[in-house]
Unconditional design. Sequence first.
Length: 456
Amino acid sequence: MPVDLNNERPLAWDSATLDADTKAMLDNLQPNILRAHVREHMSLLFVRFNDVAEGRAFLRGIATTRMKSARRHLEEVRDFAAGRGRGTPYVGIGISKAGYRDLGHTVEDVRKFGDEVFRDGMKRRIARAGDPPVEEWERPYQREIHAVILIGDAEPGPVARLREEILDELPESARLLGEESGHGMRNRAGDGIEHFGYVDGRSQPLFLKDEVDREPKQHWDPAFPLSNVLVPDPFAPDPSRHHGSYLVFRKLEQNVRAFKEIERDLADSLGLKGADRDRAGAMLVGRFKDGTPLTLKPEGGGGPVVNDFNFDADDGSKCPFSGHVRKTNPRSFGREVIMARRGQTYGDRTDDPSDDSPPEVRPSGEVGLLFMAFNSSLLSQFEFTQEFWADTPDFEVPGTGHDPIIGQGARDLKVTFPKVWGKPEMSPPHAQVPQTVTMKGGEYFFAPSLAYLRNL
Ligand code: HEM
């Protein structure tokens, strides 16, 4: 029986009664898709092959000697929690449409990928996502990338070693077109943050029973079917048991100085005073810096970061409809759009991103997010979110404005902000805040099953 990807019940992956097909699925799936892998330190290698046999042998070599399965990863997490040893580094592979062609798959073959966004590649979709022209992207991304190799670990040492080893194995015919390195940042509470200083990565679709069981779920159900991220791998020996996932990668530069000026100016223009000034930034993100959802509270405050909430009791007077987390997950509908975000921040800071230093000491470039997310459909998840939610000023209700964090396109429409949290008193029409996140390049990949990679 093929694995039922639409099963709504979270996967009890280590249950003794797990059926053989599901086991085979987990043994052949890459890690970091169903559950986030530790990747405090990351290296991303973007390569181009140029020789079918050598490209295949290179990927097969990585898959057989360095990659673990999703099941092995889950066992490592379980053992680590029980004090039985540390995990091993994460190595993942994504192949682009052009990469599959270069590995010898025919045009007809590549049509087996159901996702037209993947089949087009990112450069041909810029109009849909509102992206800058390709000539403005960073050089490596302007070129034809065939594959990305992702290396991640809690420590920098193993990542550096694996990077060296993998680069040594790159055949003469192949080229390293570019590389990125990411490393996590944390606030004083130990939560992961992004460069604007806000807790990130908290809200995720969960697929595994042990993860779902740990979450309260009165107002928001964090459990999602595998169909949100998995599809049969069309080129694997047995696509009914061998799965993969579409991976979107985007390098998103953040102008932190400009964003901090915007927070300050918005607080000034709304006349926010004292602790209430933090609400300016929270209205843009939808959460306070410490992760507190703005729809729940007028100010941030202690405790674990809450994710059990929805916007049902919020007409926009608490969290504006434009707030990033509301735009990208309205929560009362659109569950099939939700993707598994697995990005990491890049760039070094001399300041402390989580403190209250003035904008002048903040970086205006060279830092940002290596946005990555796994999808079962790039068309109806990532691209849909970007095009129809973030970039659409009339979503979710007319006059909402763009997503202030990731929205792209002219922000002509004027918007209003709640002056007092939860009260109907709105500001006069206010210009939308300027764009502070710039797309510097990216590509769409497919993270194939290990069965495919080992058989190359
Ligand atoms: C959540 C920041 C890019 C989709 C968040 C959160 C922050 C954040 C601070 C709240 C933490 C959480 O709820 O997990 C950023 C920054 C970005 C960026 C600074 C760019 C530099 C994107 C992109 C997308 C996206 C490109 C998709 C097109 C989401 C989604 C959530 C989220 C779906 C979770 C919403 C929820 O389930 O409540 N982001 N993000 N983000 N972001 Fe982003």
